[in-house]
Design a protein around this ligand. Structure first.
Ligand code: DGY
Length: 321
């Protein structure tokens, strides 16, 4: 008999076909997000699951799913999974690193350029029929070329963002828990800065760190206060790394000039005050969402699940079990 697995959200047809070769698959192609109770009920009796950021895997859920052996996230970030609880329950957890770096880096640049040049604000003005002709001072923005780019987190995605900055002839500084090796700094043409130096010198601050208790509100009122009033903040990492209430206040008061955000605290219920601000460019957590990349992410999660339940050695194992 084939092991039973659950796919908690809609995936591509060929991913389901791949899984069906090995497993009896229950899938949720209607894509309705499951509340914890429904998720526990659907997972009961399953040995594995393909999950997403909308599925919280914690001790309470695991206690109700004694047959579970593996949960495979379709995401590189895994703050939806309590790894310690998984390890304790003997459940393998995996993520999808590597396949989304370029696409997420590209989208970071989408946010940088759109925010610096006030694109959504200008387009809304045009769509509202308010444009009555060229004006010298219309939607004056921030030059990206030759500006200083400050990157929090020079991991895989941070490095992609830094390398793209070479084309804009920018000065790139970064801050991380550890200084990168010289080869990486050279390839990125990036130099290490303290958090304070980065905040006070960068024209564009972009965040590429995972969410954890250590990075919760990495950017809050005091950090925003250290930034230049002309600077912009970009976040395509995780909600919670930025204190949204403090950011709203900083955008409203002119402490900083603008923000480009793909992620928010309490997604998808973003703070409604963001909607009242003109100097913020927003997207619904789509930085990795190109067709090719989302397909690769789902396929990699499926490969992890197949390996986990057949060999016990998934390529992207996150926890020792
Ligand atoms: C990730 O991979 O962590 C992304 O945020 C999912 O879109």
């Amino acid at each position: 008999m084939k092991p039973k697995v659950l796919v908690t959200r809609e995936v591509f047809e060929d991913v389901l076909q791949c899984l069906s070769q090995y497993f009896e698959v229950t899938s949720n192609q209607s894509d309705v997000v499951m509340d914890p109770e429904t998720l526990a009920a659907k997972l009961s009796g399953k040995q594995g699951a393909i999950i997403t950021l909308s599925d919280r895997i914690d001790a309470a859920l695991l206690a109700r799913c004694p047959n579970l052996k593996a949960v495979c996230n379709i995401a590189v970030g895994y703050n939806n999974i309590d790894l310690a609880a998984c390890t304790k329950a003997g459940v393998m957890a995996t993520n999808t690193p590597g396949v989304l770096d370029d696409t997420t880096g590209d989208f970071t640049w989408t946010l940088i350029l759109a925010t610096a040049r006030r694109l959504t604000e200008a387009e809304a003005y045009l769509r509202a029929g308010k444009w009555d002709g060229w004006k010298l001072k219309q939607f004056l923005g921030l030059d990206v070329h030759h500006a200083t780019l400050g990157i929090f987190g020079l991991g895989r995605i941070g490095q992609v963002v830094a390398r793209r900055a070479i084309g804009f002839e920018m000065r790139v500084i970064y801050h991380d828990v550890r200084q990168a090796v010289p080869e990486v700094e050279q390839a990125c043409r990036a130099s290490f800065a303290t958090k304070e130096e980065l905040l006070s010198q960068a024209d564009i601050v972009t965040i590429h760190v995972p969410y954890s208790p250590a990075t919760h509100h990495l950017i809050g009122k005091s950090e925003l206060g250290r930034m230049k009033p002309t600077a912009i903040l970009i976040n395509a990492s995780r909600g919670g790394v930025v204190d949204d209430a403090a950011l709203i206040e900083a955008l409203r008061s002119g402490t900083i000039a603008g923000a480009g955000l793909d992620v928010f605290e309490n997604e998808p219920k973003l703070n409604p005050q963001f909607l009242e601000l003109k100097n913020v460019v927003m997207a619904p957590h789509i930085a990795s969402s190109s067709l090719a990349t989302r397909h690769k992410m789902a396929m990699l999660a499926a490969e992890n699940l197949v390996a986990a339940l057949t060999t016990g050695k998934p390529p992207n194992l996150l926890n020792p079990v």
